[in-house]
Design a protein around this ligand. Sequence first.
Ligand code: GLU
Length: 472
Amino acid sequence: MTTVPVKTRFAPSPSGLLHLGNLRTALFNALLAHSAGGCFLLRIEDTDASRSEERFVDAMQEDLRWLGLNWQEGPGAEAHSGPYRQSLRDAMYQSLFQKLLGEGHAYHCFCTDEELKRARERQRAAGKPPRYPGTCAGIPPEQAEARAQAGEPATLRFRVPANQQIVFGDLVRGEQRFASNDLGDFVIRRADGSAAFLFCNAVDDSAMQVSEVLRGEDHLTNTPRQCLVLDAIGLPRPRWGHLPMILGEDGAPLSKRNGSRAVRELRDSGILPAALLNYLARLGHADSDNGLKELSGLAATFHLDQIGRAPARYDEQQLLHWQELALRALPPEQLQHWMQTAAGDLIPAKRLAGFSELLAPNVRLFADVQRWARACFSAEIAHDEAAADVFREAGSPFFAAAAGAADQDWAALTAVVQQQTGARGKGLFLPLRLALTGERHGPELAPLHALMGPAAARARFAQAAGLAQSDS
Ligand code: GLU
């Protein structure tokens, strides 16, 4: 028995940025390929010129590379089954259209949008599902050809055979059956001559020898039509697996409105590739191993039978959990680089290593780094009224004592303040912490004080002393 090498693909339409939903699809396909030692292919589905933009073609590839989701076939990795942009494959589609026309599997349709709309309304009013009524199916082919040649606007429709069962084994949902009588003849070439999504998507999967296709279940109803197209042409079908949707925290399909974000937005907020990949590999897929893993490790435990059948729910806290693990796993230089990207302008270069090591447990996103960099290094702190209350209670002699001892080490400084004011426990440490950082919680104070240096600490104690004397 010969086994077909596993080839999966990600086939985005460049009409927007890569976001959590389509990234998960890309990742599952990449993991499936890697788990079988196969090939992961990238194909750009840009036949709809009105919706495709070059900047998205570039941005998607850049985002995939940033994540380390490299493709073994695709743009920049040409192989025999290319080109990998559908806009460059039109000649093949056109010759297949001629073949289907010649064999009677397709026909010219001259119905206008207005006529199609009226037909749908009539069907709805009669309680029937809207479907192409077959108006042009019976036009003799020579007549139709002559009208099309004369320039009458026409789409090309696939002639769906009557009374057939279309059956395929879905990799996620098991056997699926559709009745051809429910489908209606569908458009495979648009009036402007371009190939419709449904057609070129199916043809390319087959022509590129894609063996498995994981995609969103919103495509499930396309699949029986794609089976018919491939069968009519005589091309083998890939095996499809339709992934349950991702829902937002409000239970509605994940979208911009309820939490989905573009990959580059997440990147700009500080999320690390490892965090995103480890989180998404578990979104709707049960991984037996809870540790942070590289792609190869994620692939090793990726199994189709571990994909859930129920919708997955996006949970930002989970993503942040993986972000914490990913940060913890970074070697010191990379962590410093991440901190510097976040707040390089706020952190003195010679303090970067110390800051990075000390603050690592307190930060998850760039915004956290910026907040702590300001807390540690900005000239003044914007204290709130609650902090001023704490300073008043401690009193200005407390801060005068602290300022006077600011160039000693932390143990000596606290001993001086305690001795001079009698403050202890929380009454000692909370005012000191608030004065130094503006925060009630945070890293250990001794190394923090050392990191800031005596001049900055003195200035902050002086600022707190001023507030301690202010009126409430
Ligand atoms: N270009 C389609 C999309 O972005 C691909 C669908 C599929 O994966 O088959 O939705």
